[in-house]
Ligand binder design. Structure first.
Ligand code: NOJ
Length: 957
């Protein structure tokens, strides 16, 4: 971390020290760490961490010389309490001294996912348990649990340890879950190997709800009944109610996910002997962190408690479904397998990643995803929380944003400048200054005298507008939105429950709508309807910012934990889900503003597991520094690993002024973020691409055009994600699961399975970059088609005009190559098909196209083609998901003229002269051009004129 000698000016000061706001532009990368809690300052985290240390010591002492795993865990299953009820195994578990029975439920799903739930059998007051309704598919009501007959329970006692094992077969894998009675522990065995292990370290601890002792006895030192942080006091009406558990990934050395942090892709240790280890656990608590620091486990704007472990044989996952503040410790160990209940004869050293999860409140509700391969894990996760739905197609284009485009004229001039410089873009954005005094849903009428005309003018050129609509509502009785929410009692309440919770944000004194109140949600959704949102059109989309929520004068810049939500729940119970509910309400509003509905587009800063359903996310306020450019890669990948696909970082860096080189490089990387938006702080210099001059303008234009050329490929990837849950951008290990050297790779990544990007992220103009070409496959430079055969490592020298992007042999990639000013204008353009021949002479890929706007695809109005190349013949046929519905036929008619205007086959060694095209029984012959030799040979068939919706074959000879 760099030190900062200039005074820090935070958001609070911005409100009151507008005169010095330009100081904000003086970037000195200094997060104000003292604004945010460490684990030691978060009472429940500290209690669990201290407990874990004690357990570790006691367990080590116990374990000596023992052949059976023993932990000092005080929790055991009560005698005769275990039963299998349908798909759920129920057990009572109790602490040896506390004597408060906990009801454990292990539910088995068809997919092999096991859900573990625990809470007091009779909690003193109800624990918040609606996370499942807000996060799980169909509110958790329709999860595909295993049919009762398909699972079997075996109870046995070996060496005085009684275990209950539930096993079932799934495909070629055997899944079994073995619960030991005393101490309580649980092992998920995949193909007889313990993979996910709970409480084998003895860290399980459940703080049962209790009566508050007489005040002089209440243990304030440990923060159980009250906790202070700086000037804030968190009252804890329910007292201690947290829980924690160790989860070990046995046989694994790498774990990934649990965004949002600025840490490396392969998660670092947070304790133990590793010299690179952090000294704090990873924290999940949605926060607005000013000038966040890199390589740090501090909490950021979003939280997804989903972790994936991968080794050369398998991939497994854990989804810890809890919306309260959560901390996760990670430590790696190598242990002797001797002593394991399951392989007592072996003495092999097996690695493990031990994790320790702690949440402040709610119910323990954790899903164990057994894989065993990556695609299985993503299918299993998507089954729980739904995959990313198909986005509106324009939203995959380029977004031009800054805080702020000053007025209507500025907006239209930026738009026409982009057109003049032949830079395609889809969306221009308006930040908070477009409003009347930060009253969202209003316009500053001096700057925006005719917003409708502006939106229409943009629409005519195929562009859209996005307005920011933040969740804080200015307290002003003359402001309709505030008045209606206030009159209807829609705001979050203070701890007493009687007054509206108040805090500061951009508009000054504000209130926050309580999205846990269904009426309030419905009401806020309606505010996005065209008849409510003054001077909005269907060409307007929305940006939800500050929804962690950011409260400038609140503890850790957020809402007090003891603020009250609908139903009496404390904010502590729901904090991490609050932002997602606003995102949802906004998306619902946009979806329902037209009939028939169109797909919404909403960008949100705060997020949770499930946010992928409501729109895109960005990684918040980064800085125009090379280190932030580099850090954006693991950040975007970690989110993709955790099922949040539609994400990107602010291109150019939010704070500070990037120089031309940095900005050029940022565009060259940014086109590979699933969400591609340039954005900048209000006090930075203007940096629209043409302002950089040549040659940078050309480099940036080339980069953005490359994004547009590949839009059909991106859209097809999103289609795949919407069906399979597979990440859109992927760490190398996902595509090359047994190449152990790539397990921590984050300098290169895959876009889908076909394209490898090795970005240049260094300040040197001419960089030497090592590229590792994995697997026994051909790789082709996407521009020159020069080929490389993996596995091999090559060094490339790149200047600012070049980027390292390679197509993987064996893939078919479909593009659109005519330059247009926006993606909307490309919708009827012809396609170019690239075949990158694999080493065995074959290749395959897909193309998915639909209208990009509506939900007609749900009725079958799409074209989805399987493209396969073999024996020098490319064939196109409808995917198995294509159904001959009337919606399909209508769409086919609309697309009847859309054809393939070029076929490029790269890597066919034999010189060829002609292409024989067969479509609808008609055969044609076309000449082709063939150049190059050996692996980089390129064969181009100009205008084969086959139709995208039809079956056809093109044979090269
Ligand atoms: C904070 C956001 O992160 C940033 O992108 C935005 O420009 C400012 N708020 C102002 O709205």
């Amino acid at each position: 971390m760099k030190s900062c000698s200039k005074p820090r000016v935070g958001y609070i000061s911005v409100l009151y020290l507008a005169a010095v706001s330009s100081l904000l532009a003086q970037v000195c990368s200094a997060v104000k760490r003292e604004d945010f809690k460490t684990c030691e300052q978060s009472a429940f985290c500290n209690r669990h961490r201290v407990f874990a240390e004690t357990m570790l010591k006691n367990t080590q002492a116990l374990d000596k010389g023992s052949t059976i795993p023993k932990t000092a865990s005080p929790y055991s299953v009560l005698e005769n309490s275990v039963s299998l009820d349908g798909h759920t195994l129920v057990a009572s578990v109790q602490h040896s001294e506390e004597k408060v029975p906990l009801r454990f439920e292990l539910s088995f799903m068809e997919s092999g996912v096991v859900r573990v739930r625990a809470q007091e059998e009779e909690p003193l007051v109800p624990r918040f348990d609606d996370t499942q309704k807000l996060v799980l598919r169909d509110e958790g009501t329709a999860l595909p649990y295993a049919s009762p007959g398909s699972i079997e329970l075996v109870t046995e006692t070996i060496d005085q340890v009684t275990t209950h094992t539930v096993s079932y077969l799934k495909g070629n894998s055997t899944f079994s879950v073995r619960m030991a009675e005393s101490p309580w522990s649980l092992d998920y065995l995949v193909d007889n190997k313990p993979s996910i292990r709970l409480n084998t370290k003895g860290f399980f601890r459940f703080e049962y709800l209790r009566q508050k002792p007489a005040s002089d006895e209440a243990d304030t030192a440990s923060g159980e009944w009250e906790e202070k942080f700086k000037t804030w006091t968190d009252t804890k009406p329910n007292g201690p109610e947290s829980f924690g558990m160790d989860i070990s990934f046995s046989g694994f050395e790498h774990v990934y996910g649990i965004p949002e942090h600025s840490s490396p892709l392969s998660l670092k240790d947070t304790r133990g002997g590793d010299k690179n280890a952090y000294d704090q656990p990873y924290r999940l608590y949605n926060l607005d962190v000013f000038e966040y620091e890199l390589d740090n486990p501090m909490a950021l704007y979003g939280s997804i408690p989903f972790m994936v472990a991968h080794n050369a044989d398998s991939t497994v996952g854990v989804f810890w479904m809890n919306a309260a503040e959560t901390w996760i410790d990670v430590t790696r160990e190598k242990s002797n397998a001797l002593g394991s209940l399951f392989s007592r004869s072996s003495t092999k050293q097996i690695p493990a990643v031990n994790t320790h999860w702690v949440s402040e409140s709610g119910v323990l509700d954790v899903f164990l995803l057994p894989g065993p391969n990556t695609a299985d894990v993503y299918r299993q996760y998507a089954e729980l929380v739904e995959p990313t739905p198909l986005p509106r197609s324009f939203s995959l284009g380029y977004h031009q944003c800054r805080w702020n485009y000053i007025d209507q004229e500025d907006v239209l001039s930026v738009s026409s400048k982009l057109e003049e410089h032949k830079i395609p873009y889809d969306v221009i954005w308006l930040d908070i200054e477009h409003t009347d005094g930060k009253r969202y849903f209003t316009w500053d009428s001096a700057k925006f005298p005719d917003p409708v005309a502006m939106q229409n003018e943009l629409a005519q050129a195929g562009h859209k507008l996005v307005n920011v609509v933040d969740p804080h509502i200015k307290r002003d009785s003359a402001y309709r939105i505030w008045k209606e929410a206030s009159d209807n009692g829609y705001f979050v309440k203070t701890r007493e429950g009687s007054e509206d919770f108040q805090g500061w944000c951009w508009p000054g004194d504000s209130n926050w709508v309580d999205y846990f109140n269904p009426d309030a949600c419905k009401w806020i959704s309606e505010q996005f309807h065209i008849d409510h949102y003054n001077q909005s059109t269907d060409n307007l989309f929305v940006w939800n910012d500050m929804n962690e929520p950011s409260v400038f004068n609140g503890p850790e810049i957020t809402m007090d934990k003891d603020a009250r939500h609908h139903g009496g729940w404390e904010h502590r119970d729901v904090h991490n889900i609050f932002g997602m509910l606003y995102h949802k309400a906004t998306a619902d509003g946009l979806r329902t503003r037209e009939s028939p509905s169109k797909r919404p587009f909403v960008l949100s800063r705060a997020y949770f597991a499930g946010s992928q359903r409501y729109g895109a996310i960005w990684t918040g306020d980064n800085t125009a520094e090379w280190s932030h450019l580099q850090a954006s890669i693991p950040m975007v990948l970690s989110n993709n690993v955790a099922g949040l696909h539609f994400i990107g970082a602010d291109v150019g860096g939010f704070f500070g002024n990037p120089d031309q080189k940095l900005l050029t490089r940022w565009y060259q990387l940014g086109i590979w973020y699933p969400f591609f938006r340039a954005h900048a702080h209000i006090d930075t210099k203007r940096r629209e691409p043409w302002l950089l001059g040549e040659p940078y303008l050309s480099y940036i234009r080339d980069a953005i055009r490359e994004r547009y050329r590949l839009l059909p490929f991106w859209y097809t990837l999103f289609r795949e994600a919407s069906i399979t849950g597979m990440p859109v951008v992927r760490p190398m290990w996902i595509e090359f699961p047994s190449e152990t050297k790539l397990f921590a790779e984050q300098d290169a990544f895959m876009v889908g399975s076909a394209i490898m990007v090795v970005p240049a992220t260094d300040s040197n103009t001419n960089q030497a970059i090592d590229v590792v070409f994995p697997s026994q496959e051909n790789w082709y430079d996407i521009k020159t088609h020069a080929s490389y055969i993996g596995p091999t490592k090559r060094q490339f020298s790149v200047d600012l005009s070049s980027t390292l992007v390679f197509a993987r042999g064996g893939s078919v990639v479909v593009t659109r190559e005519r330059h247009r000013s926006s993606s909307d204008l490309m919708k009827r353009d012809p396609f170019t098909v690239y075949v990158y021949v694999g080493r065995n002479g074959t290749a395959s890929g897909r193309l998915y196209v639909d209208d990009g706007d509506t939900y007609d695809y749900e009725q079958g109005a799409f074209i989805e083609r399987e493209l396969s190349f073999s024996g020098a013949k490319l064939t196109s046929r409808a995917s198995t998901l294509t159904k001959d519905t009337s919606a399909y036929r209508d769409y086919l008619k609309k697309m009847a003229k859309v054809r393939v205007e070029r076929l490029v086959v790269v890597g066919l060694r034999n010189p060829l002269t002609k292409a024989t095209v067969v479509e609808n029984g008609v055969t044609r012959e076309i000449e082709l051009s063939y150049k190059g030799a050996a692996n980089d040979a390129e064969c181009v068939v100009r205008d084969p004129a086959v139709h995208i919706g039809e079956d056809w074959g093109i044979t090269l000879s």
